[in-house]
Design a protein around this ligand. Structure first.
Ligand code: PLP
Length: 347
């Protein structure tokens, strides 16, 4: 059932690619402060990074209003998603997720023998929280909510999600993947860290890979109840998992509003250009809350991706609700121009 991962798609890209729009990366990052911190960190990088972890825990703890022992940091959020998949499904059971949604955690759980219950999105391409809640049964080990959702870039209603989480988390843990939340106007009003602060059984995963532009530097984190952090930590390399240079870069750019707002604004400008291109060619799209856009295509998905690739543009395809879709990540304006040039030839 599952689609190719972001990793397997970009790993095969030829070096002469004009526009790499297949892994939801942010070409406007990392920030100048992050780059400077990496250079400065080099001299001390013969040391193990234990104190760097502490410094980053403390920064996140202060900003989010949680305790440092409620935080784990790892090499991106992927190891945290995998830790949760392994822990919750090592004795079987099922995991509930959207269809389509980000496949990494559920597909890891499937590898470990869990059943995946995929719940189709609503007509607005949002996670169907009511339908997901109905699927929870006595074999359910975890509910996975990706908000904003990858690959549709849609967000669920915040109050509806908060109510859902309050009820469902009394039965099973709820894992909220907030990889793209930084692209929203006011992430602090949307994040489910608020539920963790109320004592609910919720895990929130975040990453520096997206708006911070750290996909290659590898820093991500999770916030949960202290016992949950301790449990998930057993499945990771803990304070050996991220390089001091990457940690220093994360510390230097965490909540750097000037950089983040600028990257967001550039992303929006490129997205507007993409919307116009699609409209001019007679295509609809799903309005996007993140740095990628999903739109229905008029060609078989794999063929479309192949035709774009022949023209030096890498995108991805999905098929659901009896329709082929293309997901295009938002790049620089020249990259979006390369997309537009290729798209006009085949649309
Ligand atoms: N979660 C979502 C929704 C993603 O789209 C991705 C990557 O594309 C990840 C998590 C994992 O990213 P990383 O391991 O770089 O934090």
């Amino acid at each position: 059932i599952f689609f190719e991962s972001e990793q397997s798609v970009v790993a095969g890209l030829p070096p002469e690619i004009k526009a790499r729009l297949s892994a939801n990366e942010n070409p406007f990052g990392p920030s100048a402060k992050a780059k400077k911190a990496i250079v400065e960190a080099m001299d001390k990088s013969y040391q193990y990074p234990f104190s760097n972890f502490k410094e980053l825990f403390n920064k996140i703890a202060i900003f989010e209003g949680v305790k440092p022992e409620q935080i784990m940091v790892d090499a991106g959020s992927s190891p945290i998603l995998r830790a949760a998949a392994m822990h919750f499904t090592k004795e079987g059971g099922n995991i509930i997720t959207g269809d389509p949604s980000y496949a990494d955690l559920p597909s890891t759980a499937e590898d470990y023998g869990a059943e995946i219950i995929q719940v189709p999105l609503t007509a607005e391409f949002k996670l169907d929280l009511d339908a997901m809640e109905k699927k929870v049964n006595d074999q359910t080990k975890l509910v996975y909510i990706c908000n904003p959702n990858n690959p549709t870039a849609t967000v669920v209603d915040t109050q509806k999600l908060k109510d859902f989480v309050e009820r469902v988390s009394t039965k099973v843990p709820v894992f909220i993947d907030e990889a793209y939340i930084d692209y929203l106007e006011d992430p602090q009003s949307v994040t489910l860290i608020s539920a963790i602060k109320k004592g609910q059984n919720v895990i929130v995963a975040r990453t520096f890979s997206k708006l911070y532009g750290f996909a290659g530097l590898r820093v991500g984190y999770a916030i949960a109840q202290p016992e949950m952090i301790e449990t998930l930590g057993r499945y990771t390399n803990g304070a050996m998992s991220v390089s001091a240079t990457s940690l220093m870069a994360a510390i230097a750019s965490y909540q750097d509003r000037e950089f983040l707002d600028d990257a967001k604004q550039k992303t929006f400008a490129s997205k507007e250009f993409l919307y116009k291109t699609l409209k001019n060619e007679g295509y609809n799209y799903i309005p996007s809350a993140a740095n990628f856009v999903m739109f229905p295509i008029k060609m078989e998905g794999k063929k479309f991706v192949g035709e774009m690739m022949k023209r030096g543009v890498s995108v991805r395809n999905w098929e659901f609700k009896n329709q082929h879709f293309c997901r295009v990540s938002i790049g620089t304006l020249p990259e979006m121009q390369a997309f537009a040039d290729a798209f006009k030839q085949i649309s």
